[in-house]
Design a protein around this ligand. Structure first.
Ligand code: PAF
Length: 280
């Protein structure tokens, strides 16, 4: 497995592989890899990638001033071993200095889908995500890039960015990987105590219950149902940031829960902000 820290070197290597006719997959991550990330590498492998490039970069530009950039978990050595074992062929560990040169002044801003949900609560977050992902696309020029469904709004925004800026690649979305308790895998789960982890089960339980209700009743009025989910989350000791039902493509709020609608949740479990979602 090749290791790169210099953006230019990665770019050169990927360009050479492309010239040889190799199919390149990019798996962008912020590291501290868990089974969710490994499932993205597996999805790339299954889709027939010859080269799987995993980027590991805690992107400062997508964190707000009071967020967890400094304390975000990092373990390069473990990430290297996990990537090698999972079959990645290259790993990219840039530094903030070589990704954002002095006086960096160009950013990518998606203006519609980023307005609500996490975008409204984390100003500048998706501008940081789009900027770094666009840079990674330009460096690796992959045939496809794999993202997890856990970050539903992020994945929707990235697909829009690819469409609107004519990036020449395909976006592949891999399903959420959950812990046996139902909790969606996330590097931030490491912040949770055993008690918090147990309380956080209410997220996936609410989503699974909604899926079952939609299956049984076909369509359900959202407002009353939303209040029911909020009550359940609060009863588990979680502080609700938002609970929304949206159209899976436009992220527009919907009035009824029905097949194809996505429920997106964000809560604070102690000091840790957790997100989850499910498509009905
Ligand atoms: O989902 C993430 O881990 C990050 O937002 C991403 C896509 C790697 C960009 O930094």
């Amino acid at each position: 497995m090749k290791t790169f820290t210099e953006p230019k070197k990665l770019q050169k290597w990927c360009a050479a592989k492309r010239m040889e006719g190799r199919k390149i997959a990019l798996v962008p991550t912020m590291g501290y890899l868990h089974e969710g990330h490994l499932s993205l590498i597996e999805a790339a492998r299954k889709k027939g990638a010859d080269e799987i490039v995993v980027s590991v970069f805690v992107n400062p530009v997508q964190f707000g001033p009071n967020e967890d950039y400094d304390k975000y978990p990092r373990d390069e050595k473990a990430d290297l071993a996990k990537c090698r074992k999972a079959g990645a062929t290259a790993i990219f560990f840039p530094t903030p200095q070589n990704m954002y040169l002095d006086a960096h002044s160009v950013y990518v801003n998606e203006e519609t889908l980023s307005a609500g949900l996490c975008g409204a609560r984390r100003p500048g977050h998706f501008r940081g995500v789009c900027t770094v992902v666009a840079k990674l696309f330009n460096l690796a020029h992959p045939h496809f890039a794999v993202f997890g469904q856990k970050d539903f709004q992020q994945e929707t925004i990235i697909r829009r960015m690819v469409r609107d800026l004519n990036f020449d690649l395909e976006i592949v979305v891999a399903p959420i990987v959950r812990e046996p308790s139902g909790l969606a895998r996330s590097s931030r789960n490491t912040y949770l105590s055993a008690d918090e982890k147990s309380r956080a089960r209410a997220l996936s339980q609410s989503l699974f219950a909604a899926q079952a209700d939609v299956k049984a009743k076909k369509t359900v009025p959202w407002k009353a149902y939303q209040a029911k989910i909020v009550k359940k989350l609060e009863a588990a000791g979680l502080k609700v940031d938002y609970v929304e039902a949206v159209d899976g493509e436009t992220l527009e709020p919907v009035k009824r829960l029905e097949k194809g609608v996505a429920i997106l949740l964000a809560v604070y479990c102690g000091k840790t902000r957790l997100i989850d979602n499910a498509v009905m």
